[in-house]
Design a protein around this ligand. Sequence first.
Ligand code: NAP
Length: 280
Amino acid sequence: MAEETPRAFVCGHPVAHSRSPLIHGYWLQEHGIAGIYERRDVAPEAFETFLRGLARSPYVGGNVTIPHKESAHLLVDRRDEAAEIIGAVNTLWFEDGSLCGGNTDAYGFAANLDSAAPCWAEGSVATVLGAGGAARAVVHALRERGMREIRIVNRTLARAEELAYRFAGPASAHGWDALPELLADTALLVNTTSLGMDGAAALVLDLAPLPSSAVVTDIVYVPLETPFLVKAKQRGLRTVDGLGMLLHQAVPGFERWFGVRPEVTPRLRALVVADLEATA
Ligand code: NAP
């Protein structure tokens, strides 16, 4: 292999399920770039050594996924603003010899809504279900886009409170029992819990109080059409599935490593949907 072949990775544990190689492989081919993007299964106890060895490796950068996003945040030399605020890193690259970490999940979340439900941010009141790692990126995106109110609703109220404290200003914390009241003027409802994921319990929620203009989105994308989205559709609401977030979050990394800003197209989406269906 020629030394100058740009090479990137996704590292996680496990990592076999990651669709990132499919996405980046598609773009490499589409743009005729002789690059490589590969999976690296790195156990938590080996992650620091892996990261510290990157500068002497053939890699130009890569993605970081579960369970390494928080460790990467602590270990990189520099972080972008999103990573700093969210407290997790999902994209690595080098700048002047320093290992840099960024977080593109917030970008991916907003870009998906921009593409599938333009004007989504105009309603300016969002309700976010969940307060885990993904919720941090979602709340950051919502604050960046100027949402006036971001209500964080979580089973464990203390986690919602911690998140609301982190994003002080528009964010507030609530328990599930507050939902009927909160939904009444919600313009954007986001599920960031793992409920509804294949193998997990369903997200059971009465959507009747939502205004008919509300946009409902689920960041869970396995299955693509979660029971939560099915219910929202049945109510005639605009819905956005979570696959677009995954596709859009990959754009900035590809551009950094391979020098071309790729596009999220219906063809790419169809390719990943086919893969999800094949492995369902
Ligand atoms: P996480 O940090 O483990 O957080 C899980 C969240 O789900 C917590 O708020 C948790 O509430 C809640 N939850 C779990 N089981 C519940 C239950 N039985 N009842 C009520 N709430 C429950 O997970 P994460 O990293 O944020 O990921 C969440 C989901 O987002 C996953 O399905 C993941 O695949 C998906 N995701 C999608 C994308 C994308 O690109 N589309 C990106 C990132 C993540 P407690 O705090 O009370 O435990």
